[in-house]
Design a protein around this ligand. Structure first.
Ligand code: FRU
Length: 498
């Protein structure tokens, strides 16, 4: 028999009590990123601003470090930096979501928080059904399920999921990630006047549409928004082959920009651009906050990529979300920068001006640590290449001849080898880097390119070694970053919990 949310919460609380000491012993527990208390986290869900607080939910399997039956975990913050853990928001306790409350989104309407998610149902023979479902909350803590509001339309397989709801010119829209019965990835559009009743309008974009060639067998986690006069569709296509520096991870996450005509259900768009050039980034979600900023959070991970050999699984947890990023549109590009609120984490500022790098490996007093923020301004780059290390096994390189920026890390699957991700970069002006115990996020040229990756080499050489083939001059600022570690102690009170 299906368990009630109260029984499920009790099971999770007991499981947390049972293994929290194991989790806490992991030197790779992050200091200022959102992680699951135990178990597996994947996509961010329901990112919203409600009653003066930011809410972020996440796909959570509290009972295993594998994908499986998913719940919606929940964190709340008033500054995007300090998060408090709220009670589990959605549990798979109904016939229409019994094999997982899959990804979705949130909107605020009539002082209530509306969650839209995919109910995943599997039968004994492994056949899938999916339902787009609604749950509503008045206080942002306790959610009342209203059940399925959308069934899979004709022409699509049950790989139909991840509803993202948004308001455009006073009207409600929903985009859903889909697979056609011919096995093509698409994103489809719905409209509504009341958030309960939805009308299907067919595909907005997809593989083989709008001038695209073959572009994957499934599109997951769509998001559509307007930014400085551009319509942007973020999408995670599955089934793209690697092409040069692009599409080298197993699944990809990127955007199209152009013009959506909501009446005609058309989207004239340009090429697909990957959002992040590192190893670990997928399923991002955006929201607009009370200051009018378009903010984005992603999953710093990717399904099926080394998850079973991830070092943190020995400590009964896996994966993290990225730092929240502020999106802007400038000169035909989406810029991504860490939200300014993160500056409150800074401590012990160190600054060096006009540092000459003109040969092998120099390190600077106090420019070191496992958890830090680094701001580098490149004053002069008269060198064929410029590199610096992060720990013993990771290296960041700008190759001025090839015009590429790369991140190299130890290959988890083969510790005698390295792996590399690169992107084309015509010039290098600035680098802003956030290192946590087992992650790095690198923002290049004020957010023109971003690399996110998990890196595991503890205890590492904490010194950063700079080197150049030629003459380079840098201004460097470095901060230590506070350890928040709030997640096991800072609970939000709730009415339905134990
Ligand atoms: C993306 C995804 C979504 C799905 C969820 C399940 O990572 O596969 O399409 O809703 O994860 O956890």
């Amino acid at each position: 028999m299906t368990k009630t949310i109260f029984e499920i919460e009790e099971l999770i609380t007991n499981r947390i009590k049972e293994i929290q000491n194991i989790v806490a012993d992991d030197p790779y527990r992050l200091h200022y990123h959102l992680m699951p208390q135990i178990g597996l986290l994947n996509d961010p869900n329901g990112f919203a601003y409600f009653n003066g607080c930011y809410h972020i939910f996440y796909q959570w399997n509290p009972f295993e470090t594998k994908h499986g039956i998913k719940y919606w975990g929940h964190y709340i913050s008033d500054d995007l930096v300090h998060w408090k853990e709220a009670p589990i928001a959605l549990a798979p306790d109904q016939w229409y979501d019994k094999n997982g409350c899959y990804s979705g989104s949130a909107v605020v309407h009539d002082n209530k928080l509306y969650l839209f998610y995919t109910g995943n149902v599997m039968d004994d023979d492994g056949n899938r059904e999916s339902y787009q479902c609604l749950a509503v909350s008045e206080d942002g803590l306790e959610f009342h399920k209203r059940g399925p509001i959308i069934h899979v339309p004709e022409g699509y397989t049950p790989h139909f999921r991840d509803p993202k709801v948004f308001c455009e010119a006073g009207k409600w829209y929903m985009v859903v990630g889909a697979q056609t019965t011919e096995g093509k990835g698409e994103v489809v559009l719905y409209t509504s006047t009341d958030l309960d009743n939805w009308t299907f309008h067919g595909p907005l974009a997809g593989s083989g549409r709008n001038g695209l060639g073959d572009f994957g067998y499934m599109w997951e986690c769509p998001d559509v928004f307007r930014l400085d006069g551009q319509d942007i569709l973020i999408i995670c296509p599955q089934g793209l082959e690697p092409r040069g520096y692009e599409f080298n991870n197993i699944f990809h996450s990127g955007y199209f920009s152009g013009k959506v005509d909501y009446e005609q259900v058309t989207f004239e768009h340009g090429r697909f651009t990957e959002l992040d050039r590192g190893f670990d980034f997928y399923a991002p979600q955006t929201m607009i906050d009370d200051r009018g900023r378009r903010l984005m959070v992603g999953w710093m991970g990717n399904a099926e990529e080394g998850e079973s050999i991830h070092p943190t699984t020995r400590y009964e947890w896996i994966h993290t979300l990225t730092l929240p990023r502020h999106l802007e549109w400038k000169d035909g590009k989406l810029l991504q920068n860490p939200v300014e609120e993160l500056q409150c984490l800074r401590e012990n500022e160190i600054e060096y001006m006009d540092v000459p790098i003109d040969g092998d490996k120099i390190s600077l007093p106090n420019v070191q640590g496992n958890v830090l923020e680094l701001e580098i301004t490149i004053k002069e780059l008269d060198a064929t290449s410029f590199s610096f290390t992060l720990g013993e096994n990771n290296e960041i390189t700008y190759d001025k001849l090839k015009k590429t920026f790369s991140l190299k890390r130890l290959n988890l699957a083969d510790e005698n080898n390295y792996e590399k991700r690169s992107c084309v970069l015509n010039e290098l002006n600035t680098i802003r880097l956030f290192k946590d115990t087992s992650s790095v996020e690198i923002f290049i040229n004020n957010g023109e390119e971003v690399f996110s990756a998990r890196i595991f080499d503890y205890p590492a050489d904490p010194n950063i070694h700079f080197s150049a083939n030629g003459n380079v001059s840098l201004d460097i600022k470095k901060w230590s970053l506070k350890k928040l570690n709030a997640f096991n102690t800072n609970h939000v009170n709730h009415t339905i919990g134990i």
